[in-house]
Design a protein around this ligand. Structure first.
Ligand SMILES: *[C@@H]1O[C@H](CO)[C@@H](O)[C@H](O)[C@H]1NC(C)=O
Length: 228
């Protein structure tokens, strides 16, 4: 009798989970999100910071629940943290660009910028400004979303532990241990040492600027930043 009850509960639980999944899949389809949204969103958020979140909502704080790669990858802590951290730029230089370059170069060899040990100085600079370029590109996409994502859709998108987004951020963190993944395509990346290598890098860095990826990322960012 007990056994039968347990089996019934088990069957119900499995069906419940599938139903929840199917409902979210339907929400994603209705909102024209792509099958790669785990990857397009994870790429967009893996190195997000509070100043970048302020592009989407000036009230953003570290209380944001967005999974990112831990900036400190050589410690014993988790490789992914469940928030986008603040980023304070050093004083001295006048503008954002030079302050950011100052910050990146002042951390070379210390591995405290969330990229792991394998990136050269110029690769770190290209990565940082590429991400800011993408976030700036996404700002008008978020603004012009029409219709705005529903509460149901947002609940599905923000459930990163179930919808595969957290797992894809984890993938990025894991691959920083062995290389310089600039896409999640899992293919060899040449060191950025000359114009030919830059050709490859430029093409790969532009990989998530297509309309589909931008729509996935903008929809997630709307949901993640609307309630600050
Ligand atoms: C993203 O989702 C697809 C389809 O569900 C899956 O095959 C792929 O492994 C996921 N990618 C990562 C990096 O988690």
């Amino acid at each position: 009798m007990h056994y039968l009850l347990l089996v019934l509960i088990g069957v119900y639980a499995v069906n419940g989970a599938t139903l929840l999944g199917n409902r979210c899949q339907a929400e994603f389809r209705k909102a024209h999100l792509s099958k790669n949204l785990n990857v397009s969103v994870a790429h967009t958020i893996h190195s997000l910071t509070v100043p970048a979140l302020r592009l989407f909502n000036p009230r953003a704080t570290v209380d944001n629940h967005i999974p990112t790669v831990n900036q400190n990858l050589h410690g014993t802590g988790p490789k992914v943290v469940m928030y986008a951290p603040d980023e304070i730029l050093p004083t001295g230089y006048y503008g954002f660009t030079m302050q950011m370059i100052d910050k990146i170069l002042s951390m070379i060899g210390k591995q405290d910028d969330g990229l792991g040990p394998h990136w050269s100085a110029v690769e770190r600079i290209a990565h940082k400004f590429h991400m800011w370029d993408l976030w700036a590109r996404l700002q008008p996409e978020v603004e012009k979303l029409n219709p705005k994502p529903s509460e149901k859709l947002c609940a599905c998108l923000l459930d990163t532990e179930k919808n595969g987004i957290l797992e894809a951020v984890q993938w990025i963190a894991n691959h920083y241990e062995s290389g310089t993944p600039i896409t999640l395509l899992d293919r060899p990346i040449p060191k950025l040492v000359d114009a030919k290598a830059w050709d490859f890098w430029k093409n790969d860095l532009l990989h998530y600027y297509d309309a589909e990826s931008l729509h996935d990322a903008a929809t997630y960012l709307h949901c993640a930043t609307k309630d600050f």
